[in-house]
Design a binder for this molecule. Structure first.
Ligand SMILES: [Zn+2]
Length: 222
């Protein structure tokens, strides 16, 4: 399958054990569905964590207010949902993701998550908030919803639990990962007949770019 994958920065951070729990759940969930990334992580793990130990963590931002305001102001046409996800998270998404959300919210029932109105056709459930780490929230968007064009207060990593969306960079389907940088505005549009649920985490990969570039050349031929 032609999947969308995490960047090498994120795979390297995951292999080195330096991803925080929200990003960890994203990476583990994607890996359960993606043999290609499993192979890459296995190769990176074989290198050992020594290289990563010497590198400082990059700065993180817990602000998603810019994106929030933009999305709340989105002019979207709300349509009746074709198929709404109900039941257990464990039937919807790989175990690392379902366990992570259930541990943070106290429920594995999709309908019982703390959904709030976030804009026309869009609901949001905050999964992790606060200054201590990355901010993680679920966005649940109905078919045909177009979010407003927005950029981010920080780097972002997103995982598609259900459905699909498209932006300027391509199509993201269930199990795909999008890694967006702070300065890359995008305008996601829900694709297909079903609602789209995605976990969006504001966090930068905790690995320096130079190191990744060097490793990529040396070991992965990228
Ligand atoms: Zn992959």
């Amino acid at each position: 399958m032609n999947r969308r994958h995490p960047t090498l920065e994120w795979l390297l951070a995951y292999a080195g054990g330096s991803t925080a729990e929200a990003a960890d759940a994203i990476m583990a969930s994607h890996l359960t569905l993606c043999p290609q990334c499993r192979r890459t992580v296995a190769r990176l793990e074989a290198l050992g964590g020594a290289l990563l130990d010497a590198t400082p963590a990059s700065s993180q931002s817990d602000s998603d207010e810019g994106a929030a305001a933009a999305i709340a102001a989105a002019a979207a046409r709300a349509r009746p949902p074709a198929r709404r996800n109900t039941g257990s998270l464990h039937a919807l998404t790989p175990r690392p993701m379902a366990d992570f959300i259930a541990a943070k919210t106290g429920t594995a029932d999709i309908q019982s998550l703390p959904w709030r109105f976030y804009g026309p056709g869009v609901q949001r459930a905050v999964i992790v908030s606060g200054a201590a780490g990355a901010v993680a929230r679920l966005l649940r968007s109905q078919p045909g919803t177009a979010l407003a064009r927005h950029d981010h207060g920080s780097d972002e990593i997103a995982y598609v639990l259900s459905g699909a969306y498209r932006d300027e960079t391509g199509l993201y389907r269930t199990g795909d990962v999008q890694c967006a940088t702070e300065k890359a505005p995008h305008r996601p549009v829900i694709e297909g007949p079903d609602e789209c649920i995605a976990l969006v985490v504001s966090e930068a990969p905790p690995v320096p770019t130079e190191l990744v570039a060097r490793l990529g050349q040396l070991f992965l031929g990228r």
